[in-house]
Ligand binder design. Structure first.
Ligand code: CTP
Ligand code: MG
Length: 221
């Protein structure tokens, strides 16, 4: 199995509100990006890594990789306007030898090796994609402005995380139409008729969205 990881790091981080892209927000002494990159590089499962960098931040990404000695980084590509566009750009740099593409958000720095292992396992059982997810603890409501329109049944709902694992052809097919823009890659694979399964995620895979998340993740480091 030749696993190529795509690290989606090209977002602006508007909700974090820093003066730089979220991937370069400080986490401890290093830019946020360094933590997930190091973990992917040290993973026993991952062979090569492609980073989608924020426009004009390609060089700093390369420097972070060099400082970490992350020898698995095959290339750094310029990300796009949306996460989907960034993953699409990175996928173009994934080698033909890849038998699995693992897509991970740089905004989820605390990547446990067990989760990498869990998402890879079902791909040999006929699935196109595997998503780590957690049951939803809160009651989820559909709203329109300040009005509650509907309360969803929490049973049967899970919150999707990354890393998500895909068969390269299935992901390529799902993202081939450049009009496709979805909040996670699995949604594109589902929409193109692929079979997607979920496995248990991990609370440590919390996504850094606002400043409080960054503090939480820093405290867990
Ligand atoms: N991402 C990306 N390219 C984009 C947008 C997002 O690679 N054009 C990546 C982010 O870098 C992040 C992940 O997708 O690792 C999840 O996105 P999100 O948490 O929404 O990050 P941002 O888009 O950077 O944050 P915001 O929405 O607050 O601007
Ligand atoms: Mg975003």
């Amino acid at each position: 199995m030749s696993v190529w990881a795509v690290l989606a790091a090209a977002g602006r981080g508007e909700r974090l509100g820093d003066d730089r892209p979220k991937a370069f927000a400080r986490l401890g002494d290093l830019p946020l990006l360094a933590e997930p990159l190091r973990r992917l590089d040290e993973s026993d499962w991952v062979e090569r890594i492609v980073i989608a960098a924020p426009p004009d931040w390609e060089e700093p990404c390369i420097l972070v990789a060099e400082e970490l000695g992350a020898g698995k980084v095959a290339s750094v590509v310029t990300g796009g306007e949306t996460r989907t566009a960034s993953v699409r750009a990175a996928l173009a740099a994934v080698g033909d030898d890849a038998s699995v593409v693992l897509v991970h958000d740089a905004a989820r720095p605390l990547l446990p090796e067990e989760v990498v292992e869990r998402v890879l396992a079902p791909l040999s059982e006929g699935y196109d994609g595997v998503v780590p997810a957690l049951p939803v603890p809160d009651t989820i409501k559909r709203v329109r402005r300040n009005e509650v329109v509907e309360t969803l049944d929490r049973e049967g709902l899970v919150a999707a995380q990354t890393p998500q694992a895909f068969l390269p052809d299935s992901l390529r097919r799902a993202l081939a139409d450049t009009a496709v823009s979805v909040s996670d890659c699995a949604a594109a694979v589902e929409a193109s008729g692929g079979r997607v399964i979920w496995v248990e995620g991990d609370p440590r895979l919390v996504k850094v969205t606002g400043p409080a998340d960054l503090e939480l993740v820093a405290s867990w480091l």
